[in-house]
Design a protein. Structure first.
Length: 190
């Protein structure tokens, strides 16, 4: 099968069968693109996730675009992005056109409550997989724990601080540590 068709169908399947948006899709993207098809490595998936989170747009679309570009340059990026976006578009368009009061139907409302729980589990699964594959260095572990505690405190105390601010502080701390280590490396060399 040509790579463009394979990219489109693979990401269409991910887009069709994953509820909960990009974070819930990360686990499925990693399973298919890293473990099954071996299009990217685990390290690349970690990098894609960080980049996709910090760039504008939905995280799943950013991930699909990167994988598609890696496999087939601009055409690959186009077909992978189209594949991940089309199922959601069709489903939402159909619901909005044909099912007025869709969420007012009792059994559908209950089904979506169950889906929310499953989505939370999928997001947690993706986070646990990423933490297992993270390099276990003091800086990474410290940043992870500090970010986790910070986000929890923000939520518990209902502070009006964006999670983006926490992410920017983590980036700043990492850059400062990098520059300090780089500076010490130059001083010790003759």
């Amino acid at each position: 099968m040509p790579i463009f068709m394979e990219l489109f169908l693979t990401f269409a399947k991910i887009g069709l069968f994953t509820f909960g948006g990009g974070y819930a899709m990360l686990s499925m993207i990693e399973n298919i693109c890293v473990e099954q098809k071996k299009w990217i490595t685990h390290d690349e998936m970690m990098n894609i996730t960080v980049i996709a989170e910090s760039t504008p747009g939905p995280i799943a679309i950013n991930c699909a675009t990167y994988v598609g570009y890696k496999k087939g340059k601009l055409s690959g990026a186009f077909f992978a992005t189209l594949g991940v976006a089309i199922p959601s578009f069709i489903i939402i368009f159909s619901i909005s056109m044909f099912l007025e009061g869709f969420l007012e139907i009792a059994w559908i409302a209950h089904a979506f409550r169950g889906i929310r729980i499953a989505v939370g589990i999928l997001i947690l699964d993706a986070a646990i997989k990423m933490m297992k594959k993270m390099k276990k260095k003091p800086l990474q572990i410290g940043t992870l724990l500090a970010s986790f505690v910070g986000i929890m405190l923000i939520n518990v105390l209902k502070l009006h601080i964006s999670s983006i601010a926490v992410m920017l502080v983590a980036v700043l701390v990492s850059v400062v540590f990098f520059l300090v280590e780089k500076g010490h490396g130059k001083e010790s060399k003759p």
